[in-house]
Design a protein around this ligand. Structure first.
Ligand SMILES: NC(=O)c1ccc[n+]([C@@H]2O[C@H](COP(=O)([O-])OP(=O)(O)OC[C@H]3O[C@@H](n4cnc5c(N)ncnc54)[C@H](OP(=O)(O)O)[C@@H]3O)[C@@H](O)[C@H]2O)c1
Length: 343
């Protein structure tokens, strides 16, 4: 299979995922265009793009090699983007999806494939509704990236990319693989999205604790809270006839039991999932620390809506939804969270 990219790629939302995935693709030979906010573009202009990972790999793209745009570029209308992108990577947070998709549709030809590399369930539908002429493809990111320092993003966990099978992605699959980003294609991504959402129910717990992910997962009180959020989601999924995909060695239905184990046992049994470095932090924790809106509605909010659709309730996810819709500064211990949730 050829690893020649079918054309340029455009990253919509140069942040943790956009810079990581776009940077790896560029390092492996794809022409990548980054659309981002002025502050991030300035970092990239000054420092270039540096990517590191938990295995000690380091990639650096100097500023002169980066195609940076403050707005979606008009193909053919700039000196650098001569042809329309063969793939757009939609990498904005859920609250920005509709606006970003609408901006893309103003400048890109109808039918341009747009791969949503976002958490939650609804982002691809939201993007499609805002940009019906674009061909939006659901995707899933199975690893964690943090903004380590100006121009530097660090991938602190293992994990792969997944997407809904789509003809436009077939030619990209070997390109992603050559970039060290294996992309699994699924006939139906919905079970994978829900499998990821179950894991993402740790995000609000992590954000409230303010702790690095690994230390937080080794705190049983916090795992008990995560288990309770997953219990509600599993009940809602079962009642709706949705079987979430297994994305870790432990099947989804056993995850709450595993999380409630004493830490000494959990540490041994969850060894594979704990393969992450001390810097890994959820993007929701970064959002709370920076006073930005969180994606809680796309995670716990989705569970609350799924439960309601079949006459169930999900009070602990509802609590997280309310608590993190307008996050207050400060942290909570696992014990305080348990007390607040009656656990
Ligand atoms: N980070 C992770 O480890 C991780 C892992 C798996 C999945 N995900 C998912 O991936 C998605 C992206 O997350 P992220 O952590 O990469 O977010 P991020 O670091 O906040 O990056 C998104 C960037 O896009 C910018 N942006 C938003 N709208 C824009 C627009 N119209 N034009 C230009 N730039 C725009 C944002 O700016 P503003 O902040 O000003 O809006 C931000 O700088 C989310 O759905 C997240 O849940 C993240």
């Amino acid at each position: 299979m050829t690893t020649t990219p079918p054309g340029p790629a455009l990253v919509m939302g140069a942040g943790s995922i956009g810079c990581w995935v776009g940077g790896r693709l560029q390092a492996a030979g794809t022409e990548v265009h980054f659309v981002g906010r002025p502050a991030v573009l300035e970092e990239l202009r000054v420092s270039g793009l540096t990517l590191t990972d938990l295995d000690g790999r380091r990639t650096h793209l100097p500023p002169a090699q980066l195609h940076l745009h403050a707005e979606v570029p008009e193909p053919g209308g700039t000196a650098t983007l001569r042809v329309p992108p063969a793939l757009v990577l939609l990498c904005v947070k859920s609250g920005s999806t509709a606006e970003a998709a609408a901006l893309l549709s103003l400048h890109l030809p109808p039918g341009t494939p747009v791969l949503s590399l976002q958490n939650g369930i609804a982002n691809p539908a939201v993007a499609s509704a805002a940009a019906p002429a674009l061909d939006v493809i659901p995707g899933m990111v199975g690893f964690n990236v943090v903004h380590a320092s100006p121009g530097h993003w660090h991938r602190g966990t293992i994990g792969e990319l997944a997407a809904q099978a789509h003809p436009a992605l077939q030619a990209w699959q070997p390109v992603f693989a050559a970039a060290g980003l294996p992309l699994a294609l699924h006939a139906d991504l919905v079970p994978v999205q829900w499998g990821k959402l179950l894991l993402n129910l740790n995000n609000p717990v992590n954000a409230l604790s303010g702790m690095p992910l690994k230390r937080q997962l080794l705190d049983r009180d916090q795992r008990v809270v995560m288990a309770a959020l997953i219990d509600e989601a599993l009940a809602a999924l079962a009642a709706n006839g949705i079987a979430p995909a297994r994305l870790t060695p432990v099947p989804p239905r056993l995850m709450p039991r595993m999380l409630r184990l004493p830490t000494a046992l959990f540490r041994v049994l969850a060894r594979a999932s704990l393969r992450m470095d001390e810097r890994a932090l959820t993007s929701m924790a970064e959002d709370v620390a920076r006073g930005r809106a969180t994606e809680i509605d796309a995670l716990s909010g989705e569970v609350v809506r799924l439960a309601r659709a079949v006459g169930l309730s999900a009070p602990r996810n509802q609590w997280m939804l309310e608590r993190l819709s307008q996050p207050r500064p400060g942290t909570m211990s696992g014990r305080e969270m348990r007390a607040a949730l009656g656990l």
